[in-house]
Design a protein around this ligand. Structure first.
Ligand code: FAD
Ligand code: NAI
Length: 462
């Protein structure tokens, strides 16, 4: 007789959200977490702490650059780094305690410790073996290592170390111009570090719409970040206070060295499955170490499911959550579903960058007939009033049917604005549907409507 209907391994956004939906659907549910606190990478060392530091450093930037122009005179605030870290830790604490509360409220048993799966239907934590009808693996991801680069989390750090540095470095080298590198690079640049980003490719943020990539890099350069593009990092050498980063330029194979007080390695993350015993179970894995699942998130072993960063797809908290909801529904005999074509991505720099659906590049690859509607935030009154006129909204729609195929926003509150396009796409809306929807004035969302208008007869304020 099974003790549980479902045991979930990992209490990140995928796992804990799935546990709540399992409980709501009447399944007897437990969740196992090896960390001291719930919430996974996202709440402890990812989304939440990084956004706290982005917010604090943005406030400083506003005070230094825009307060004077608004008639707010006086000395700019100085940085109390210890207090800033305490604020970040307090934010983490409030969020992880919130998840604990939700587990109690939904009568989900929380089992603390590292789980092993000795066989289908069994989850072992320490000496105790729990019986269960279903298992959901939501064990997340960890930073990928880079050959020749030894991380000590003090001088050469991953994002985890970068969220708790002993002091603000004078010089920081960021390896990788992806999401982590640019978000955390922005934090330290605003706090006064000289930040140089070394990127292997010729464009930042791989996979993003190329026009956005170019604008984004220009804006970050204006903010003081330096970029060394087309550069493959070979190795790092660190002592107790400094590190050297050796890189080779791809265009001519020339070798260079750059020195820094802190090196942030942000070259991607990989699925975390250590110690689960997946080999013994015969669970099929991809060559990239991801657990393979079917359309119902079930692995090749019946009764064992997997969701979130540990499977294929973008490593995003909301993607993990949606899979968690859908897998729970599948287990309960319902028809859980995730529309992978409408998962937004957001970079929380200033300005924010957000995207959903196709890019011009993917549409060209597919040979699709599309049109572009673009609107600059310079034409948006609200954005201009708050020094946020940089950036644009770009909507891609099918040339024949006008159906929205994708959207790319760089500008104020882009991470929130993108959602009206997501909803429109979920409903199969046309650009005209968005354009005909009344948008309140003065809001940033008017820029989205204007971009939709630009897909048709033309934007008004362009
Ligand atoms: P995780 O959150 O990684 O949780 C997995 C949990 O499983 C961990 O707590 C781990 O301890 C536990 N675990 C693993 N194995 C076992 C075991 N055997 N037994 C018990 N417990 C186990 N995404 C966004 O969408 N927005 C953002 O702004 C964002 N910012 C980020 C910033 C940073 C610096 C980083 C590193 C990531 C960020 N991400 C962001 C990505 C996001 O954190 C992940 O996509 C998300 O956490 C994945 O959720 P998950 O539930 O799959 O796994
Ligand atoms: P990433 O995949 O976004 O970027 C890694 C970058 O490193 C790429 O541009 C790549 O070309 C470069 N690179 C790889 N090897 C290199 C080398 N040897 N030398 C120089 N450059 C090299 O990975 P990142 O930034 O580490 O983020 C990991 C994951 O975390 C992402 O998948 C992202 O989805 C998630 N995340 C999401 C956030 C958000 O949604 N706002 C914030 C932070 C992380």
């Amino acid at each position: 007789m099974a003790n549980y209907d479902v045991i979930i391994i990992g209490a990140g956004p995928g796992g804990y959200v799935s546990a709540i939906r399992c409980a709501q659907l009447g399944l007897k549910t437990a969740i196992v977490e090896g960390r001291d606190t719930l919430g996974g990478t996202c709440l402890n060392v990812g989304c939440i702490p990084s956004k706290a530091l982005l917010h604090a450093s943005h406030m400083l930037h506003e005070a230094e650059h825009n307060f004077g122009a608004m008639g707010l005179k006086g000395k700019s605030p100085s940085v109390d780094w210890k207090q800033m870290l305490a604020y970040k830790d307090d934010t983490i604490g409030q969020n992880t305690k919130g998840v604990e509360f939700l587990m109690k409220k939904n009568k989900i048993d929380v089992i603390k410790g590292w789980a092993i799966i000795p066989a289908a239907g069994k989850v072992q934590v320490g000496d105790e073996v729990h019986e269960t009808k279903n298992i959901i693996i939501a064990s997340g991801s960890e930073p990928a290592s880079l050959p020749g680069v030894e991380v000590d989390e003090k001088i050469v750090v991953t994002s985890t170390g970068a969220l708790k540095l002993g002091k603000i470095p004078k010089k920081m080298v960021v390896i990788g111009a992806g999401v982590i590198g640019l978000e955390l690079g922005s934090v330290y640049a605003r706090l006064g570090s000289e930040v140089t980003v070394v990127e292997f490719l010729d464009a930042i943020t791989p996979g993003m719409d190329a026009e956005v990539q170019r604008s984004f890099q220009k804006l970050l350069t204006k903010q003081g970040l330096k970029f060394i593009m087309g550069a493959a990092v070979q190795k790092t050498e660190a002592n107790k206070t400094k590190a050297k980063v050796h890189y080779k330029l791809r265009k001519d194979d020339s070798e260079h060295v750059i020195e820094a007080d802190t090196v942030l390695v942000a070259t991607g993350r990989k699925p975390f499955t250590n110690g689960l015993g997946l080999d013994t179970l015969g669970i099929e894995m991809s060559p990239r170490g991801q657990i393979k699942v079917g359309a119902d998130w079930q692995t090749n072993v019946p009764g064992i499911y997997a969701i979130g960063d540990v499977i294929d797809g973008p490593m995003l908290a909301h993607k993990a959550e949606d899979e968690g909801l859908a897998a729970a529904e599948q287990i309960a005999g319902k028809h859980g579903h995730v529309n992978y074509g409408v998962i937004p991505g957001v970079i929380y720099t200033h300005p924010e960058v957000a995207n959903v659906g196709e890019t011009e590049e993917t549409l060209k690859e597919q040979g699709r007939n599309y049109k572009v509607g673009k609107f600059s935030f310079m034409g948006n009154g609200r954005a201009k009033a708050v020094f946020a006129g940089e950036g644009f909204v770009k909507i891609l729609a099918d040339k024949d049917t006008d159906r929205i195929l994708g959207a790319h926003i760089i500008g104020p509150a882009a991470g929130d604005l993108i959602h009206e396009v997501c909803v429109a796409m979920e409903f199969g809306a046309s650009a005209e549907d968005l354009a005909m929807t009344c948008h309140a004035h003065p809001t940033y969302s008017e820029a989205v409507r204007e971009a939709a208008l630009a897909c048709g007869d033309g934007a008004i304020h362009a």
